[in-house]
Design a protein around this ligand. Sequence first.
Ligand SMILES: NC(=O)c1ccc[n+]([C@@H]2O[C@H](COP(=O)([O-])OP(=O)(O)OC[C@H]3O[C@@H](n4cnc5c(N)ncnc54)[C@H](OP(=O)(O)O)[C@@H]3O)[C@@H](O)[C@H]2O)c1
Length: 263
Amino acid sequence: MKPATGTALVTGANRGLGLETCRQLGRLGWRVWLTAPDPDEGQQVRDALRSEGLDVHFEPLDVASPESLSTLAGRLEQQGVRLSALINNAGVAMDGFNAHVAEYTLAVNFFGPLHVTERLLPLMEEHGRIVMVSSSLAELKDYPPALQQRFDPPPSKEQLKALLRSFVEDVRDGVYEARGWPGSAYRVSKLGLNALTRLLAQELKPRNQLVNAVLPGWVRTQMGGQHAARSVERGADILVWAATLPPEGPTGGLFINRRPIPW
Ligand SMILES: NC(=O)c1ccc[n+]([C@@H]2O[C@H](COP(=O)([O-])OP(=O)(O)OC[C@H]3O[C@@H](n4cnc5c(N)ncnc54)[C@H](OP(=O)(O)O)[C@@H]3O)[C@@H](O)[C@H]2O)c1
């Protein structure tokens, strides 16, 4: 079946999987709002995609900045933008491990998608799709039962936020190992993102929004590195697939290679 067309917004789209997702959606005939933290870089990338004949617009967005998100939302509202898909792609995998790394990683990879989704929800069309870009490093089967139980089943949204804040505090206090956390902020951020996906999918069912998490595989981007197994074109396929699901498509799932897998 031919995928639906519409209007999509992609975060962290100046390079890597975000940029390639904008390109692939553009080629499918979608209007795309490419967002990125740096305005100069974002505009350059927008111009490059436009020169390929694609319908691409740019707005700055730092997903960890409430001011930046508020400005973006206001500008989209002013222009009467309606979104058929929101792709929460922006992410960081920082070097080192300390309380600052933990806090900033969660700010971008967990609280970023949460706040962006909540703020842009009023702009979403019925049957809109929300895509969370997760990681195979957050599959629950790879963690001890005590840690699995914190995320599965997911607690309430407020409890989940508190749980992730407690991780940062435990790193700051040097007790994260004793409290059963892995020594990786990236892993914890994506564990949180998966739980959030499940909660939002339930919450937004009555509004007919589809919320799914996707795994791109190990992809040759700045984050994945040059030795990664997958091309960026192949990695972006799952983001595009989840953004173009039909109205009766799945919600509340975790997908790789267009197939569902357990959380
Ligand atoms: N590559 C892989 O193997 C792999 C595997 C599993 C999951 N993922 C996930 O896929 C997503 C994209 O990763 P990638 O491989 O394309 O990485 P990438 O090439 O490092 O790109 C990351 C993007 O996120 C943006 N970003 C970082 N902080 C941001 C912020 N505060 N606000 C808005 N944008 C921000 C970056 O913008 P700047 O250029 O301005 O920093 C960049 O555009 C991430 O969520 C990542 O966790 C990747």
